[in-house]
Design a protein around this ligand. Sequence first.
Ligand code: 8YV
Length: 319
Amino acid sequence: MKVVVTRKLPYDISGELKDFRVDYNSLDEPLPTIRLRQMLTDADGLICTLTDTIDRTMMESSPKLKVIANFGVGYNNIDVDYARQRGITVCTTPHTMTQSTAELGIALMLASARRLAEGDRMVRSGKFTGASPSLLLGAGLHKKTLGVFGMGNIGQAAAKIASGFSMDIIYHNRNRNFQAELLLGATYATFDELLEWSDFLMIAAPLTPETRHRFSLNEFKRMKKTAVLINIGRGPIIREADLAAALKERMIFSAGLDVYEFEPEVNETLRSLDNVTLLPHIGSATQDARSAMAKMCASGVISVLKDGIIPDWAITRIA
Ligand code: 8YV
């Protein structure tokens, strides 16, 4: 049986996949669509990443395909409804990267509140002329309110770390998360309350039709002028041009972004502003997380193709 791996992974899974013929793109760049389609014509399994669009047309060119393992927890790059219809199992890598992504969210919170990137640029450019009482004044985290948009595993892990800063946690989610309420003392907020009460607002939600462009100019107008906005979920949840305008007009204090609406393109105004920290989608980028993600992708493929078992973490199991 043949397994296609679309991109160089930071952990060698050739041992795990030894019983398969592996068609591995050893380059660290996405395969052209046509090439991937060709590789999939006789494939039984696929390990892909969020930069591969696995839509209906792609799956149609792969008549034998039985399993797709996506290297990541988000799966908006895959037409899951069509996969389900075709009986193709779709797996992701839940829990492997919860902590790494939550930690990055907190890092962005601190960086954006305390203007770390701005300070770094100042020192490197030789503009640091000595400590001054009013140099780079920022915001503190202590006893502030963290609003989490999307209280899943990552949102909860971030909230748990934030409690260490004595922050009050509020959250908005599709459904109430009683675990977060009981274990973290988090309080459910309506979307309006989340906007109005948060000192720090962290987006940790998946991209769905409901979350796309949920944050646009109207929302930024309703946030505190001192608020810090963080996005570790998916870029299109924010209308990026509106955020750039809001930051430029100082409608909110600052933002920290790991994801972008038109990734890898980043809005030009945004790139010119000092009150935003910009990272290149590295939420899960720790050695530990990325190795665990690679292994979990391999497990998903082996489970379906070799053992004939649909893994309990397969998202196609959930209606
Ligand atoms: C990427 C992610 O998969 O898990 C997700 O949803 O966005 C990331 O972990 C990772 O950057 C590799 O492409």
